[in-house]
Design a protein around this ligand. Structure first.
Ligand code: TPP
Ligand code: MG
Length: 195
């Protein structure tokens, strides 16, 4: 197991010009990223939607690589999208999943069958052509050139420590500094599709 923040820092030099959807790891990524205009932090949206959103983005913008840092609660809630992604095979889609075995954002409640589920097998069974699992930071980082150097779709399951959030929602510091409209507008301008 490793810290999400450490992995994201190690990912930074491999990012290139990929669009990054940082998922629920966004609270770390917004501090690390040096290309915020290419980031799409969504805050804490409805669970299960990150993969569908990032997949749709990849389909709409095939010239841009899209990297998603998904979470296991979201993946469990939206398992069906794995089959659609595998069917459509977006070559530019890189699906990482940060598995902390709990619903950290809402206080650390247990996720079903957290210790026994094999997410890599789920993605492979859905039809993803390339899949990986990592429990150690060194191995995950060492594999990044291969993971990102070949076409997607690829699914990468990683075990991370839980950064459990226990503060009442009203007392939390908002990590997403830009509004949703700003985030979308910044990306549109950056990749030259602003209306
Ligand atoms: C449909 C839905 N149910 C409940 C919530 C409340 N909620 C926000 S984040 C979260 C936990 C997410 O867990 P996970 O995807 O594993 O990410 P983590 O917080 O562990 O990083 C919950 C239950 C929500 N956003 N959407
Ligand atoms: Mg989780």
């Amino acid at each position: 197991m490793f810290h999400t923040e450490d992995f994201l820092k190690a990912f930074l030099p491999h990012r290139g010009d990929a669009i990054v959807v940082p998922g629920r790891g966004g609270k770390h990524w917004v501090k690390i990223s040096d290309k915020p205009d290419l980031d799409l932090p969504m805050g804490d949206p409805a669970m299960g939607g990150h993969a569908a959103f990032a997949f749709g983005l990849a389909m709409a913008q095939p010239k841009h690589r899209v990297v998603l840092f998904d979470s296991e609660g979201d993946v469990q809630m939206g398992l069906g999208i794995l089959l659609t992604i595998a069917e459509q095979k977006p070559l530019n889609f890189y699906h990482f999943m940060l598995d902390n075995e709990c619903y950290a954002t809402t206080g650390g409640q247990p996720v079903p069958n957290a210790k026994n589920v094999n997410y890599e097998m789920l993605a492979k069974g859905a039809g993803y052509p390339r899949t990986y699992s990592f429990t150690e930071l060194d191995a995950a980082v060492a594999a990044l050139p291969e993971i990102l150097g070949k076409p997607g779709p690829v699914f990468v399951a990683m075990k991370v420590h839980a950064d459990v959030e226990n503060k009442p929602i009203g007392e939390r510091v908002r990590w997403r500094k830009r509004s949703w409209a700003q985030v979308i507008g910044d990306l549109q301008r950056k990749i030259g599709i602003a209306a």
